[in-house]
Design a protein around this ligand. Structure first.
Ligand SMILES: [Zn+2]
Length: 237
């Protein structure tokens, strides 16, 4: 199964062959539909197959495959030609927010020296991050957002590559947490997303190709839920 969403995050339409149909679920030999994961929602869109267009409402990983769910049962079979189209505006919003989170994460680690992002969720109009860190205040986060906006103004490429498990484990930045090391050990090759010269992360999401595309980050709510749990929300304009 070819992951077009990794190869080209800007692929909005694609041709594929059906590999399997199970009622409302269809599987293809390649897809641009991002399956839900890593805090990024799945893509929605349409798949045209057998002369009929189906609305795709849920997309998820299924082993090495991607399962596309429709609200109707597919009248199609393995070998049929299909044409997919993702809802681009929504996906592009996710890409921008996802890349913005990388930038904030990088600044947190490189500049603050304190605080680690422990979780996050991307929505269409905002994203939320959970931070484990003492002494993280709204003012500090605002400062980070300001510096992130400076990086965005100047522009910086965002790249992705596949590296071997051994190379990933040998890189202390990539394998900086215990769960991170565990994850790497379970994979044959590891996808790394890099903001050139600033940040490297193991990542399965979709990103813009230059941070200048993000726009401007604004800080929304800041909640202090204790030493190990600060929750912030960001928006883009
Ligand atoms: Zn990412």
């Amino acid at each position: 199964m070819e992951k077009l969403y990794w190869k080209d995050a800007y692929a909005k339409e694609f041709d594929a062959l059906v590999t399997r149909v199970e009622g409302n679920a269809i599987y293809l030999d390649r897809t641009a539909f991002y399956p839900v994961g890593g805090g990024q929602p799945c893509d929605t869109g349409t798949i045209l197959v057998g002369g009929k267009e189906y609305r795709i409402t849920e997309v998820s990983k299924d082993g090495e495959d991607v399962k596309h769910m429709s609200d109707a049962a597919f009248e199609a079979k393995a070998g049929d030609k299909a044409h997919g189209k993702i809802d681009w505006e929504k996906r592009h919003a996710y890409m921008k927010l996802h890349t913005a989170l990388h930038l904030l994460d990088a600044l947190m680690i490189n500049e603050q020296g304190t605080g680690m992002i422990t979780g996050g969720q991307i929505y269409q109009d905002r994203a939320r991050i959970d931070i484990d860190g003492d002494g993280i205040t709204r003012e500090k986060v605002q400062g980070m957002v300001d510096r992130a906006n400076e990086v965005i103004r100047k522009g910086r490429d965002v790249l992705s590559k596949q590296i071997t498990r051994e190379d990933a484990l040998a890189n202390p930045i990539l394998a900086r947490t215990q769960p991170g090391r565990k994850l790497i050990e379970s994979l044959l090759s590891v996808r790394v997303v890099e903001i050139a010269g600033l940040d490297e992360q193991i990542d399965g999401g979709t990103h813009v190709s230059n941070v200048s595309e993000i726009g401007r980050i604004t800080l929304g709510s800041f909640k202090n839920n204790g030493r190990h749990h600060k929750r912030i929300e960001i928006k883009l304009s």
